[in-house]
Ligand binder design. Structure first.
Ligand code: PEP
Length: 251
């Protein structure tokens, strides 16, 4: 069975107090038998507390980023080994904000994916095109290259541990959602690339998420697509009501 994942990326939002009360409220609302991994992804400062607070619940915790080395003279970075030791399950890598604002390269993302896997963290590897690339009909080729670069040097067993997220940049935080058909087309292409790099069996089992202005109103249609196994949510994951509205779409 392919795992369904509903992940909420808070980005740089919430104070410690807001993070605590959000998790406590969400915990109270998410059924223990929900048929999905529901993942909260707070800023790094609140990850340790989130892990403790979610221990007796259906919720899992992710980090928004990690470094490619476990330790050393890397001021300001977050160790994947330390995240794993805390009990973190997931780490978002290659988010378009990391690529665009912080100039992360494909090589760095590839090194981070390897470091995450070495530490038994599940990478949520984000790929996605700009509006110009979509309009020039270059998006499939571009996403294929992003995937191959991020997975370079990994074997089929490594790739089987990775979760994928298709996040068209033009749909992130803009209110513009890709149509369910457009999202499905690219997620099917991603599955095809995974099959080429591994095997049909590994590709069939891969969790592929869509992200970009997902909300309760469009989650059901997105989640009903054959090749979409979950969603990565930004803005609508910041309020308990809007996030639980999306989680309810799994039922
Ligand atoms: C994201 O940041 O990964 C994202 C999908 O954001 P939003 O849902 O706000 O578009």
């Amino acid at each position: 069975m392919v795992k369904t994942i509903i992940a909420g990326n808070w980005k740089l939002n919430k104070t410690a107090g807001e993070a605590k009360s959000f998790i406590d409220d969400l915990k109270a609302q998410v059924d223990a038998d929900v048929d999905a991994d529901v993942v909260v992804i707070p800023p790094a400062l609140f990850v340790a507390d989130a892990v403790e607070r979610t221990q007796d619940s259906a919720l899992k915790v992710g980090a928004q980023n990690c470094y490619s080395e476990d330790s050393g003279a890397f001021t300001g970075e977050t160790s994947p080994a330390a995240l794993s030791d805390l009990g973190v399950d997931y780490v978002v890598l290659g988010h378009s904000e990391r690529r665009e604002i912080f100039k992360e390269t494909d090589e760095e993302i590839n090194a981070k994916v390897k470091a995450a896997l070495d530490n038994k963290l599940t990478p949520i590897l984000c790929v996605g095109e700009t509006l110009e690339q979509r309009e020039a009909n270059e998006y499939v080729a571009f996403i294929t290259e992003q995937l191959k670069a991020a997975l370079k040097g990994l074997d089929a067993n490594d790739i089987s541990q990775v979760v994928f997220a298709y996040e068209p940049i033009w749909a992130i935080g803009t209110g513009k959602t890709a149509s369910a058909q457009d999202a499905e087309e690219v997620c099917a292409e991603i599955r095809q690339v995974i099959a080429e790099l591994t095997s049909e069996d590994v590709a069939k089992e891969a969790s592929i998420l869509y992200g970009g202005s997902v909300k309760a109103a469009n989650a059901k249609e997105i989640l009903s697509q054959d090749n979409i196994n979950g969603v990565l949510v930004g803005g609508a994951s910041l309020e308990v009501d809007s996030f639980t509205g999306i989680i309810d779409a799994v039922k």
